[in-house]
Each structure stands twice: as structure tokens, then as C-alpha cells.
Design a protein around this ligand. Structure first.
Ligand SMILES: Nc1ncnc2c1ncn2[C@@H]1O[C@H](COP(=O)(O)OP(=O)(O)OP(=O)(O)O)[C@@H](O)[C@H]1O
Ligand SMILES: [Mg+2]
Length: 311
């Protein structure tokens, strides 16, 4: 693959809030043009802080960010015009209609009116029927769609979605995934944060994990899942066990489902899974089972293990 051009370059960005809290520590990150980048991390990790810095809402304490060739401080307007932001917090208690909000938002970025573009955005988000409604009369999920429409009104090159699918129904979530893919096909770069790991697994090209203000990992999603993936074999027992028998203590086994299931974890990279000797030893121990079920570790497992691991 060709070397990819960064569309956002974040260099050594740190943020200490006025309270003295260090929310970001020396973050370095390049976002590639045209990718979908998912930023994962537990509550309070610094995701929104990082996005807010790139979008010029929060000032970094140190470091630099260049967005599509524009320094976000020295050339704030230039940078901001390239960026669309769907914020995490809804602030949409407005008497304005959907349509006038979109028109206004586009104008704010100095773009000439383009009713056809706004209509396309509203139709894509199933909001066309609501265009003349006051935003405050819409449901929570619809308000979130309005925020997305607003972020797209000025045709940004770079779109930030901070928890775009928090509190939206399954159907809208899938619609949004489709919309995000369509945007990417048209060349938009997308950076999203999410607590639905499934969403990152489904959507992202690359994944960054942030923990306590530090970017602890940035990796191609496929590589990540291959490298860190382990497989599990769940063995449903005929009779429950109170403990792992001492004769099996040397094996990577855990009990689950109240002792009704033995779970064996093995590395997908290793040549010998050890399953044949495992089953032989279960037999020797007189442990009967009724079912075997194997599963690949999901991005969720990988994420949980990363976030819990000591620094
Ligand atoms: N204005 C502020 N003043 C002081 N501390 C702040 C401020 N904004 C955020 N923080 C703190 O910075 C840390 C990171 O917050 P941030 O909102 O970036 O987290 P997050 O990763 O987006 O979390 P979540 O998943 O809950 O949205 C938190 O500990 C938060 O309390
Ligand atoms: Mg946040």
C-alpha cells in the first residue's frame, strides 16, 4: 500500500484543564485521508477533549494540530471550514426549524447556499419530512440526526462523530453506518468515538485506544484482531464443577456459568492448539461434557484487556 497522506496531524498534544487535571498526555497521531478511524477508551479517557482540541473548542496546553493543511490555531477559520463535528452532548432546544438551522450552519462557514445539498443530507438522514419542524419538537434520536445534518451542511472533508449512536435505535444505527460508509466513499475522512465496540469492529479501518489521556495503541483493525486475537473453547459439562480439578491446574482453564462450563483459551497463532490432549485429560479425570463451542475473541475482548492491562 502507498504511504498515506495524513489529513490530520496531531503532534505532542497535551491538555491540562484549569482544575489542574491532565486530560491528555503527549498525544501523537496521524489520521489518514479517507479512512474511518475509531477512537476507543473508557469514560473520561480524553476522547472528547482530543476532538474538541482539533475542532478548536478547547485549547491545547501544548502541541500542534494541522487539519487539511491548516494549523488549527494560526489558521483557525481555514481548519474549521474543513471540519464537521457532531458533538457528544445534545444542545438542540431551539425554536428554529431543521431547515433554517442547516442553512445557517452552512452560511457560518462561508459557503454559498446550496438547497440541493441540504436536501440530499436531510433525505439521507430520513429528516426530509421534518425539515419545517422546530428542532425542540423532535425526538432525541431525530435531534441527533439533526446534529449530523448540521455537521454535514458545509461539506466538510473531515467529520468527527463523538458517540454518534448513543441513544439511537438499531435501525438508525444501521442507517448511520451506511451513511458514514457513503461519506467515506465520497472521500470524507471520518473519526468517531464509540462505546459500542461492535460499531468500531464493523466500521473502522484503524483503531486508536486512549486511556487516562494517553494514546496507548493505534493499529489497523484487521491487524489488531489478528495479533491480539485468541480463541476460546467452551466445554459444557454434564455435571457442574466447584473448582478446576488439580489434575488440570496447569492448563489455561476457567470455570464459567456457575461451574457448568469450562473455558479453554488458546492462541490463534500457535500451531498446536492443545485441544486433543485437553480432551484426553478431561476423559482421564472422568469429566464428561455434552457440547463444545469455540469462539474467536472479539474486538471487545481485546479492548477490555488493553484497558485493564497495567501501563
Ligand atoms: N472543562 C473541564 N474541566 C476540567 N476537567 C475536565 C473538563 N472537561 C473534561 N475534563 C476531564 O477530562 C477528562 C477527559 O474527559 P473527556 O470528556 O475528554 O473524556 P471522554 O474520553 O470523552 O469520556 P466519555 O467516554 O465519558 O465521553 C475527564 O476526567 C474529565 O472529567
Ligand atoms: Mg466524550
Amino acid at each position: 500500500m502507498a504511504v498515506r497522506e495524513p489529513v490530520v496531524s496531531i503532534r505532542n498534544v497535551s491538555k491540562t484543564y484549569a482544575s489542574g487535571f491532565e486530560a491528555l498526555k503527549h498525544v501523537d497521531l496521524d489520521i489518514h485521508r479517507g479512512e474511518i478511524f475509531a477512537l476507543l477508551g473508557p469514560n473520561g479517557a480524553g476522547k472528547t477533549t482530543l476532538i474538541s482540541i482539533i475542532c478548536g473548542i478547547v485549547n491545547a496546553s501544548s502541541g500542534t494540530v494541522v487539519a487539511d493543511g491548516h494549523d488549527i490555531v494560526a489558521d483557525y477559520r481555514g481548519a474549521r471550514s474543513k471540519i464537521g463535528l457532531v458533538p457528544q452532548e445534545l444542545s438542540t432546544d431551539t425554536f428554529e426549524t431543521v431547515w433554517s438551522t442547516l442553512r445557517f450552519s452552512r452560511g457560518l462557514f462561508g459557503k454559498p447556499p446550496d438547497a440541493a445539498h441540504l436536501e440530499r443530507v436531510l433525505r439521507d438522514l430520513s429528516l426530509w419530512d421534518k425539515r419545517n419542524d422546530k428542532i425542540m419538537t423532535l425526538s432525541g434520536g431525530m435531534k441527533r440526526r439533526v446534529l449530523i445534518a448540521k455537521a454535514l451542511a458545509h461539506e466538510p472533508q473531515i467529520l468527527f462523530l463523538d458517540e454518534p449512536t448513543a441513544g439511537v435505535d438499531v435501525e438508525l444505527r444501521h442507517d448511520m453506518w451506511q451513511m458514514v460508509r457513503r461519506l467515506r466513499e465520497n472521500g470524507t475522512t471520518i473519526i468517531l468515538t464509540t462505546h459500542y465496540i461492535e460499531e468500531a469492529e464493523e466500521m473502522a479501518d484503524r483503531i486508536g485506544v486512549i486511556r487516562k489521556g494517553e494514546l496507548i495503541l493505534v493499529e489497523d483493525k484487521k491487524t489488531l484482531m489478528r495479533q491480539l486475537g485468541s480463541k476460546q473453547l467452551a466445554i459444557s459439562l454434564q455435571a457442574p464443577l466447584a473448582d478446576i480439578p488439580s489434575g488440570l491446574a496447569d492448563l489455561p482453564l476457567t470455570l464459567s456459568e456457575g461451574g457448568h462450563s469450562l473455558v479453554y483459551t488458546f492462541d490463534t497463532q500457535s500451531e498446536d492448539t492443545g485441544i486433543a490432549p485437553l480432551l484426553r485429560r478431561l476423559h482421564e479425570q472422568g469429566i464428561d461434557f455434552k457440547d463444545l463451542h469455540s469462539s474467536e475473541s472479539s474486538l471487545e475482548d481485546i479492548f477490555v484487556s488493553l484497558v485493564r492491562a497495567p501501563a
